[in-house]
Design a protein around this ligand. Structure first.
Ligand code: BTN
Length: 266
């Protein structure tokens, strides 16, 4: 993309996000970067309330350190940094909240029936369409910079055979044409608004929205961290874990991969 084309795209985005930018949020748009999350982490101290969007990532990061394929094909690679003094144990709920807020916004604004695979994967029609990666950096004043990254396949998706998982993109499920600026206009306000909620409001949102978004609810799942074989997913625990029933006994999973009958590698 030429500098002129990038400037035009940025102008379109600034117009769409005008009320967000008027409220003090900063926006940076670049053509190419290693990772939008890594960039905001590197300058966390000075990036409070900054949205950072790239057309391409050369070293995009997914959960558990996996590579997030990020070609310059019109998909969303967006990060947001916000400084916080909340206790760190609230952050897992925050990351679930961002995922819920993104799914709710995709349904509300684009009529896409978006599900969530615990904890942070966005799914359409049983296929992964995006994900959320929340990272933190400690600040000198005892606060923390929370960097929230959202990747969404809009126009294209990686090869499902290479990923060894079902994968899709938003355009395949939308009745009207979609482009990056439309999706930024849906996702960026949803992230910012979620970060402005109190902990109680966040908890209420997650607990009320989760059951209807939960891809795993009452499904047979394998939990890598527990090594107990296959159990039945029973929804979210009050502290943001996944409840899984093994031979009639419930256990709560807080980390590791939960798979649904196929092998997850990314
Ligand atoms: C996942 O593994 O599902 C989470 C993927 C998160 C990818 C996004 S793209 C924008 C931001 N920058 C990164 O390097 N990763 C996140």
């Amino acid at each position: 993309m030429t500098t002129l084309e990038l400037k035009k795209q940025e102008a379109v985005l600034r117009a769409r996000l005008a009320s967000l930018l008027d409220s003090g949020i900063r926006l940076e748009v670049v053509d190419t970067i290693g990772s939008t999350n890594a960039e905001l982490k590197a300058r966390a101290a000075s990036s409070h309330e900054t949205l950072f969007l790239a057309r391409e990532q050369t070293a995009g990061v997914g959960r558990r350190g996996s590579l997030w394929q990020s070609p310059p094909s019109g998909n969303l690679y967006l990060s947001y940094c916000v400084h916080s003094r909340r206790p760190l144990n609230e952050l897992s709920l925050w990351s679930l909240g961002i995922t819920v807020a993104a799914a709710d916004a995709l349904e509300r604004e684009l009529t896409l029936d978006c599900k969530i695979k615990w904890p942070n994967d966005l799914y359409l029609a049983g296929m992964k369409v995006g994900g959320v990666l929340l990272e933190t950096v400690s600040l000198k004043d005892d606060g923390v910079a929370v960097v929230i990254g959202v990747g969404l396949n809009i126009a294209s998706h990686p090869d499902p055979q290479l990923l060894r998982r079902p994968v899709t993109c938003l355009s395949k499920h939308s009745e009207s044409p979609l482009d990056l600026s439309m999706v930024v206009d849906v996702i960026a306000p949803a992230i910012v608004e979620l970060c402005r909620l109190s902990h109680d409001e966040l908890q209420a949102l997650v607990m009320s929205s989760w059951p209807s978004r939960d891809l795993l609810l009452n499904q047979r799942v394998a939990v890598s961290a527990l090594g107990e074989g296959v159990g039945i997913a029973r929804g979210l625990s009050p502290d943001g874990g996944l409840e899984v029933e093994f031979a009639g006994k419930r256990r709560t999973v807080y980390a590791g991969e939960v798979s649904l009958g196929h092998v997850d590698t990314q």
